[in-house]
Structures are given as structure tokens and as C-alpha cells.
Design a protein around this ligand. Structure first.
Ligand code: SF4
Ligand code: SF4
Length: 461
């Protein structure tokens, strides 16, 4: 193959890299299979979890539900409240640390396989290919003048995209309004204004992000692509082209390296880059160029791995032993991950299912009774964070002879807040005068582990 063949290949590569809509060539292989496996797993969870039911104390309910109206988050048997914000913050920190750890080990694996943008772009591209054909047919259609066929195919594609976006939006809202109530309400056009807003917003968001913007989100909008480099070290394994083996690239390989400059790795790239130009922030580590190049190598009778997951160190000195996975950066991220797992588990295990707030009666400092006792009045706000109604027994400690006057057991509904008035009394003349510290104790009957304490003051003459 002469210079003209090489120029033709260059032109073909440029054709795929030119700005504008990218129509990536389909490719089969282990990384493509892994990508689709994750599409099925993530979408199976997303579309399926809202239909799971859980038998709670108040009957059957949706297992995973963000009940904003009642400020509750149901996760199967666990019910979280705004007071559990620390736990939710820990989960977010844990997710971020896990992402850093995975990135330090294998680059942007999350981007290539599990990011919703990648997953939905894969689904939308699949729908597009079913309607418009393969990458060449799609590009030809885009460049063809307006015609009835073009309008028909484009309308069908956008209709399918919109339909899928709407199903996604309904499912998303179904995590905030029980899906079994949402669907009949939708069928009767009786959804509330917030539900209608989020349905339209989320459907439009999905359609624009996965259908229209696609790789532009990864290239220009995602902040993660910009700062991921700080998590890399020379031993981080990314999708990389083995320059030493591949260069000088040459069609026909009469005397060059293993790269035959076929450009197929560029054609399959969903973000339209050429991995042979080196590590680029746009690369989402999806591995499709590995699948493509391995097929080329197979046809040429060459070993696979001209493009592969490899670190800078491995590429620089191919014969060098592979770096141990436990490097300082990985050890730091791994330790942080473990610390947050333990902290989260401890917070969950130690969280109290009853909260109590104590307010002193502001109108009357103290009262002296006819039988020579001193009384102070308080309002206790009992908050039941349990998923079942509870009866709490209140007691008081801190001064000898201190006791509650009247009722001391109070029932609070599941998830309810109940203010209760209590009076505390002690004999006069037996204690120092002024404000004395006391302690209110609240314990659930039949659930001794559910208890809380709150400090207050007892006023004496
Ligand atoms: S697919 Fe492999 S052989 Fe073809 S251009 Fe890319 S790196 Fe070279
Ligand atoms: S260069 Fe390869 S790994 Fe990176 S985005 Fe393109 S196809 Fe995926």
C-alpha cells in the first residue's frame, strides 16, 4: 500500500474525528459485553427496585421510597429521617472515596461502565441504530437532503427516545410518590404540580443528555473528567496504546510496527478520540478500542493487547514487573474507604430511634405546693424515629428525692412527634438553692435499647 492508501486511511480517521455528531461503529468483544452487562444490571435495579414491597408495622409499603412530604427515606426495613443527615452524608463521602479508589486502580472505569450518562447514551445509541442503521447509514442519513424517508426515520427515532425518557422519568418520580399510586394518577391526569414538573424535567433531561448531548457531556460538562488526573499515579492502569509496539504505524506492516493504521479504534470510540495520541481527558476507559484492535490483531495473526489497560510504568518498561496494587495512593484511598465504612456502620448501629427535647415552662419558674414540695414544669418533645408506634416511660434523675408527678408513660405514633407536659417535684429545703442540673431519661417499653437522655435544670428557692 503506497502513500495514497495511507492518505486515504488518514482521511477516514479524520472523517470519524471531525467535529459534529459522532456515529460510533458497533464492536463486539469482552469490554462491549461488560458494558452491556452493566446496562442491564443498573437498569434492572433502577426500573425494578421501585416495585419492591416491604411489610412494615403499618402494612405493605414501597420498599425504597423518598417520602418528602413526611420527611422519611424508606430503605426496606430502615427508615431514615432528617436527623440522620450525618448517615446520608457518610454514604455520599463513602461513594466519593470508593470512586477515587477505583480511579486510582483502573482510571475512569466508573465513566466507561457505570456512569448514568454512559449507560443511557448506550441505550439511546442502540435505539438509534435499530431505526437508522449502522454508523455509516446514520452518517449518510444525517448528510442527506431532507426527504420523506429522512423525516420518517428521524421522527421515529426521536419518538422512541422521548418515550424511553418518559418511562425513565415516571420511574424516577416513582421513588418519591409510590409508583403504584403514581401510575393510576397519571392515567387519569391527576398528578400534582410537583410530580408533573419533575416528570417533564427529568424526561427532558434524559432526552437532551443521552440523545442530543451524548459525549459532549463527558467532554465539556462533566467536572470529574477535569480533575480525575490528580487521582492517577504512574502505576494507574488506563486504556492505552502501546506506542513501542505499534509505531511506526504503517498500512500493510512491510517494515513498521504492529499498528496497521486501520483507524477502527477511532471509529468505535464513543467520544471520537484517537487513543494513539496518548492519554486524553475525554477518554472514558470504556475499552471498546481494545475490543476493536484485538480483532484486528487476531486477523493479522498478532498477539492481542496493542491497545490495553496498562500503566505508564508498564508501557515505558514492558519487561518491568507489574507494580503492586497496594501503592501509597491506593493505600490512602483504601484506608479512607474502610474508615468511612466503619464509621457508617457504627453510626447506623448507634443511632437512637427516639429523640427528646426538653423545654422548661417559661411562665412559672417554680411552684411551692401546700405539702411543702417544690414543683417545676416542663414540656418534653418526644420524637419516635421507629417504624412502629412506641410507648415511652419518662424518668428523671440528678437530685435525691426527685420524682415525676402524674402520668409518665406516653404513646407516640410511628414517625410521630408528641409534645407532653410533665411536672417534676422534690421536697423543699433539702437541696442547695438556685438552678440544679437534672437529667430526663426516656426509654421505650418493650424495646429497652431504644432510649435517650436530655439535660435540663431544676429551679429551687
Ligand atoms: S485498531 Fe489497532 S491497528 Fe487499527 S489503527 Fe487502531 S491501534 Fe492501529
Ligand atoms: S479511546 Fe478507547 S477507551 Fe477511551 S473512550 Fe475511546 S474507545 Fe473508549
Amino acid at each position: 500500500m503506497g502513500a495514497s492508501g495511507s492518505k486515504a486511511r488518514e482521511a477516514r480517521v479524520e472523517f470519524y474525528r471531525q467535529k459534529g455528531k459522532i456515529h460510533a461503529r458497533a464492536v463486539q468483544g469482552p469490554f462491549n459485553s461488560l458494558r452491556w452487562a452493566l446496562v442491564w444490571i443498573t437498569q434492572g435495579i433502577f426500573f425494578g427496585a421501585c416495585w419492591l414491597q416491604w411489610e412494615g408495622p403499618e402494612g405493605l409499603r414501597q420498599a425504597v421510597l423518598f417520602d418528602i412530604a413526611h420527611e422519611k427515606l424508606y430503605l426496606f426495613g430502615l427508615v431514615l429521617w432528617p436527623q440522620d443527615a450525618l448517615l446520608l452524608a457518610l454514604v455520599l463521602i463513602l461513594a466519593a472515596t470508593g470512586l477515587f479508589l477505583v480511579t486510582a486502580l483502573g482510571g475512569r472505569l466508573f465513566c466507561g461502565f457505570a456512569c448514568p450518562q454512559t449507560v443511557y447514551t448506550a441505550i439511546f445509541t442502540w435505539l438509534e441504530a435499530r431505526v437508522e442503521g449502522d454508523h455509516l447509514a446514520r452518517r449518510k442519513l444525517d448528510q442527506s437532503p431532507a426527504s420523506a424517508r429522512k423525516w420518517r426515520l428521524k421522527s421515529l427515532k426521536h419518538g422512541l427516545w422521548l418515550g424511553f425518557s418518559l418511562v425513565t422519568a415516571i420511574t424516577f418520580v416513582g421513588y418519591f410518590t409510590p409508583i403504584r399510586e403514581l401510575l393510576p394518577a397519571l392515567a387519569q391526569f391527576q398528578v400534582g404540580p410537583w410530580e408533573a414538573f419533575w416528570l417533564l424535567f427529568y424526561a427532558a433531561f434524559t432526552y437532551v443528555q443521552a440523545g442530543l448531548a451524548r459525549e459532549a457531556v463527558c467532554q465539556h460538562m462533566c467536572p470529574y473528567s477535569r480533575f480525575q488526573g490528580v487521582m492517577f499515579d504512574p502505576a494507574t492502569r488506563n486504556v492505552a496504546y502501546d506506542r513501542q509496539r505499534g509505531e511506526p504505524r504503517q498500512a500493510g506492516r512491510q517494515a513498521g510496527g504492529d499498528c496497521v493504521d486501520c483507524g477502527i479504534c477511532v471509529q468505535v470510540c464513543p467520544v471520537g478520540i484517537d487513543i494513539r495520541d496518548g492519554l486524553q481527558y475525554q477518554c472514558i476507559n470504556c475499552g471498546l478500542c481494545i475490543d476493536a484492535c484485538n480483532q484486528v490483531m487476531d486477523k493479522l495473526g498478532l498477539p492481542p493487547g496493542l491497545i490495553r489497560f496498562a500503566s505508564e510504568q508498564e508501557l515505558a518498561v514492558p519487561a518491568a514487573p507489574r507494580p503492586a496494587p497496594l501503592r501509597p495512593r491506593v493505600a490512602v484511598y483504601g484506608s479512607l474507604f474502610l474508615v468511612f465504612v466503619l464509621l457508617g456502620a457504627w453510626t447506623l448501629a448507634e443511632r437512637s430511634l427516639v429523640l427528646v427535647d426538653v423545654l422548661r415552662d417559661r411562665h412559672v419558674l417554680m411552684r411551692e405546693t401546700a405539702d411543702g414540695r417544690i414543683e417545676n414544669a416542663y414540656t418534653l418533645k418526644l420524637m419516635n424515629l421507629d417504624d412502629t408506634p412506641r410507648t415511652y416511660r419518662i424518668s428523671v434523675a440528678g437530685l435525691p428525692g426527685l420524682e415525676l408527678v402524674g402520668e409518665r408513660d406516653f404513646e407516640v405514633a410511628a414517625g410521630g412527634i408528641r409534645p407532653v407536659s410533665v411536672t417534676v417535684a422534690t421536697a423543699a429545703g433539702q437541696h442547695p438553692s438556685g438552678a440544679q442540673p437534672i437529667l430526663f431519661q426516656v426509654a421505650a417499653l418493650n424495646a429497652p435499647a431504644t432510649r435517650a437522655e436530655e439535660k435540663s435544670r431544676f429551679m429551687l428557692p
